[in-house]
Design a protein around this ligand. Structure first.
Ligand code: CA
Ligand code: CA
Length: 510
């Protein structure tokens, strides 16, 4: 609803709600204390939250209380949310020292296996390709009985059904049911299971409501059968396409395992830097933890809402991994592999919520196992961005409207989060690194993505930085000077370092 001046919705008398009650010295910038006017020397403020007539900053009472920057480069989480599975004393990891948080998960029973010599065929099979992550893959029917949960049968008739998978054993055996293990890219939602007994197919089970990756399918009665036929008539239609995907079929019904032990750690506000976890001990089987990050709870899942790894091969499959040694470790999440080409972590993250689970990726076995015991002393973050405090603010803002004050300092904090050092491991992996910027203070175009300095962002961000923290003005100057250093012979100046300073943009270049 917009306001109006009709009799039904009169404008109340009195001062405008957002009257400015305190500001810096310059009359032309009533809402803002301009650079060159130190906060302590600003015009005397009035109002319930303002400083006294001396103008001296008083933390916690004036504009200073809106400042978001952390009090230390080591940032601790504020609270624990949503513990799942077997977690003891989840709040203990909020505080270094003392009690520890314990995540426990028992070793699952081995998956049932088909007898040697079992074969599989399908109504169709997609041709091999490089999958979602650039790794060569096949999609043949035999992938559904090879004992490897990472390989799968994928049919070749998108959005057309039925798709049929037929498994043949060397000889008949007793079956009480099967388990269909499908795929996070979309599961079969409706299928029938027939068994070959006494020289004919008979229906053993019908599933019409599946929405889980691991679906136990008990038969109505145990049967002595030599063949099993799965006829899929509907699947989840996902952005990856309405295909039938089956990673494994097991010759027994196995209920899905309980939720892995995990906790969500809330830092109370968006932060940027290197997460740290201090593990005090672990079982001796290299239990693997996975870390998923998000700015909001709504988008917090078992995958991060963004990782640079997803843009460069997807080694972490959306999460950061660590295999905890028996003696524990003071682990800092830096980019790289912990064991050969397994157990990958993405390093720097921008986030508010961090989900920690004891649930190693299947592809990381045996270097990291999805079970065991892990003891966590504490979780923290090495904050890497510009740390704005009341003492660093040179220009400031205060008005009578609490919301507007929060918006202003929220925006200023956003600017602080993108004022950071340009580091090869932390910038956009799509060709944004530049030797001439390495190690320099810059204004990135995002705290988590793309972390590539753009001249277009400087138009707003640099001027904000000059106002709030002009001691960091080198961040803007470094970017502009570097782009100028890469000017082409015809006069064109690149907008960013990405693609070796050749990105063609027609609005941003100078
Ligand atoms: Ca498989
Ligand atoms: Ca199909």
């Amino acid at each position: 609803m917009t306001s109006s001046s009709t009799s039904e919705n009169p404008v109340p008398p009195g001062p405008r709600r957002r009257a400015v009650i305190a500001a810096g010295a310059a009359a032309a910038a009533l809402t803002i204390g301009p650079p060159g006017t130190a906060p302590a020397a600003a015009a005397p403020a009035v109002g319930p939250d303002a400083d006294t007539a001396t103008g001296a900053p008083r933390p916690g009472t004036g504009w200073q209380r809106y400042v978001h920057g952390p009090a230390s480069r080591t940032v601790r989480p504020e609270r624990i949310l949503d513990p799942t599975g077997d977690v003891r004393d989840p709040d203990a990891l909020l505080t270094p020292g003392g009690a520890v948080t314990v995540l426990r998960r028992s070793q699952p029973a081995p998956a049932p296996r088909w007898p040697a010599g079992t074969t599989a065929e399908a109504s169709s099979s997609h041709a091999g390709n490089n999958g979602n992550d650039g790794r060569p893959r096949t999609y043949d029917a035999t992938n559904a009985v090879d004992g490897d949960p990472d390989t799968f049968w994928n049919d070749d008739t998108p959005a057309a059904f039925p798709d049929v998978l037929t498994i043949t054993m060397p000889e008949a055996r007793q079956l009480s049911g099967i388990t269909v293990v499908s795929n996070s890219d979309g599961v079969p939602t409706a299928f029938t299971v027939d068994v070959w007994t006494d020289g004919a197919w008979t229906n053993a089970a019908t599933v019409s409501d599946n929405d889980v990756i691991q679906r136990a399918v008990p038969f109505r009665t145990p049967v002595l059968a030599s063949r099993v036929r799965i006829t899929v008539t509907a699947v989840q239609d996902t952005p990856r396409g309405a295909f039938t995907r089956i990673n494994e079929v097991w010759p027994e019904p196995v209920e899905p395992p309980a939720a892995p032990p995990g906790v969500t750690v809330d830092f109370g506000k968006v932060v940027v830097g290197y997460p740290r976890i201090r593990f005090t001990s672990a079982s001796d089987n290299a239990p693997g933890v996975r870390l998923a990050f998000s700015e909001t709870r709504r988008f917090l899942t078992d995958r991060s809402d963004f990782t640079r790894s997803d843009q460069s091969g997807g080694a972490g499959q959306g999460t950061d991994q660590f295999a905890v040694p028996p003696q524990g470790a003071d682990w800092t999440d830096h980019k790289g592999f912990q064991a050969g080409d397994k157990v990958y972590a993405d390093g720097l993250h921008g986030f508010r919520y961090l989900r920690i689970t004891l649930d190693a990726l299947p592809s990381d076995a045996p270097a990291a196992q999805p079970w065991g015991t892990v003891e966590i002393d504490s979780v923290g973050l090495d904050f890497t961005a510009y740390r704005g405090t009341p003492g660093t603010y040179r220009g400031w803002f205060l008005c009578s409207d609490d919301d507007l004050n929060r918006y202003w300092y929220g925006a200023a904090y956003t600017n602080e989060l993108v004022t950071d050092t340009f580091r090869q491991d932390d910038v956009d992996p799509r060709g944004a690194w530049s030797a001439s910027l390495e190690g320099r203070l810059v204004l990135h175009d995002g705290a988590k993505r793309d972390r590539d300095p753009y001249v277009g962002d400087l138009a707003v961000s640099a001027r904000t930085l000059y106002l709030t923290h002009d001691d960091a003005a080198a961040a803007a100057r470094n970017v502009l000077a570097d782009l100028a250093d890469h000017q082409r012979a015809d006069g064109w100046i690149p907008p960013a370092s990405i693609s070796g300073y050749t990105l063609p943009l027609f609005d941003y270049p100078l």
